[in-house]
Design a protein around this ligand. Structure first.
Ligand code: PLP
Length: 389
């Protein structure tokens, strides 16, 4: 008799994935049952609890829950009244960081990245400063607090410019014991499903500024402040509902555990990759604690990067990502609309480094064996990929 052919199907490794542990799913369902039965579906006790827990976690006076991370940015930017003003935004970000400036009535002016950590640096900010600059957005790319945040904050303070942290990647990231979202005038978070914690869709504003928090609470609900019944200002519907707040409370309860897993996967990658020729990792400077939303590595050439990404996918069933390629200034809509995205200067650092960045899978369900498989596949492909560096 012919032996049975054993077909071993390789399990797909996604680069990002939300995780709700089974005991949390039970608690969520119980809370949702109560919510559905009592009928308080939006802006109720769960939203208030989620906001209080998030504010305490980040270490700020106020957290205001909203519909998504883009709305969080737009609302903060509207508070600063951008009519006729420019805001400096790193080109290395998700385009939403810049679009929020446009939605709030201003013009996003892109700046190049600082090479070592893919984030904005003070030098890049100074290159884009004009009389119309009203503020700056730093983006904590991949989950590492932008290392120049404090220098940029001091620069902004002297010039009376606002500074916002787009912390959409950086839940729980720290600098000298202080959390992302507590370091500047305001922080904004996204809870999109790929992020370190999720509410499906959702966002949060964090700030110590009472007036900004009041403005946000009114703007997110049609310009009607909490407890009032009349429209006192222009507003929109950017409320978070109770269902999402229930998810958020659960995910926040687990966030530190998720981050421990991400950090241990990162340590495993770091130590294995040390011996890989031509692969650079982005190690956080002293005092910085990464949230590892992504684990970027830098390869010698864009061709090598693309070949390795393709081989990981097709030969090893391993997904990978970018952060970000193409960057904002090369996005088709930005090239096509100079009327809303004023492009100035050049972006040599972003164009050199970003097409060479490959992000390895990292999330709360990557264990040692999955990380070993990723490292093994990467090693194999770096040796096999006959593309000139
Ligand atoms: C850096 C950054 N800013 C803003 C956003 C927008 O968040 P959301 O998709 O929740 O609107 C994202 C989303 O991926 C992001 O990565």
């Amino acid at each position: 008799m012919l032996p049975l052919l054993r077909v071993t199907k390789m399990c797909w490794v996604p680069s990002a994935r939300p995780y709700f542990p089974p005991d949390e799913i039970d608690r969520i369902l119980e809370e949702l049952r109560k919510t559905l039965e009592n009928g308080a579906l939006t802006q109720g006790s769960h939203v208030r609890e989620f906001e209080a827990l998030f504010a305490r976690y980040v270490g700020v006076r106020h957290a205001v829950a909203v519909s998504n991370g883009t709305a969080a940015l737009e609302i903060v930017l509207r508070y600063f009244d951008l009519r006729g003003a420019e805001v400096i935004v790193p080109t290395n970000t998700f385009l939403a960081s810049a679009n929020a400036v446009i939605f709030a009535g201003g013009a996003p002016v892109f700046a190049d990245v600082e090479g070592s950590w893919l984030c904005l640096g003070l030098e890049q900010v100074t290159h884009r400063l004009t009389d119309r600059t009203r503020g700056v957005i730093v983006v904590h790319i991949a989950g590492m607090i932008c290392p120049e945040t404090e220098r940029i904050r001091q620069f902004c303070k002297v010039r009376n410019l606002f500074l916002i942290e787009d912390a959409a990647h950086a839940h729980g990231a720290q600098w000298n014991g202080r959390k992302a979202g507590s370091l500047t005038d305001a922080g904004t978070f996204s809870f999109y499903p790929t992020k370190p914690m999720t509410t499906a869709e959702g966002g949060m504003i964090t700030t110590d500024n009472d007036a900004l928090a009041d403005f946000a609470r009114s703007f997110r609900s049609h310009g009607v402040p909490p407890g009032a019944s009349v429209h006192q200002a222009l507003g929109h519907n950017h409320r978070m509902d109770e269902v999402r707040a229930v998810l958020g409370i659960s995910q926040l309860r687990k966030l530190e555990e998720f981050l421990m897993i991400r950090r241990s996967v990162a340590r495993q990658y770091e130590s294995a990759l040390k011996s890989f020729e031509g692969v650079a990792t982005l190690t956080p400077p002293a005092g910085f604690l990464h949230s590892y939303y992504k684990f970027p590595i830098v390869l010698p050439t864009p061709e090598k990067r693309d070949a390795v990404a393709k081989a990981l996918k097709t030969r090893h069933s391993i997904d990978s990502g970018t952060v970000y390629w193409p960057p904002c200034h090369l996005q088709p809509v930005v090239r096509a609309r100079p009327d809303i995205y004023p492009l100035r200067g050049t972006f040599p650092m972003a164009e050199d480094i970003l097409p060479r960045v490959l992000c390895l899978p990292i999330h709360a369900q990557v264990d040692r064996s999955v990380a070993d498989r990723v490292v093994g596949a990467l090693k194999n492909e770096l040796e096999q990929t006959h593309v000139r560096c």
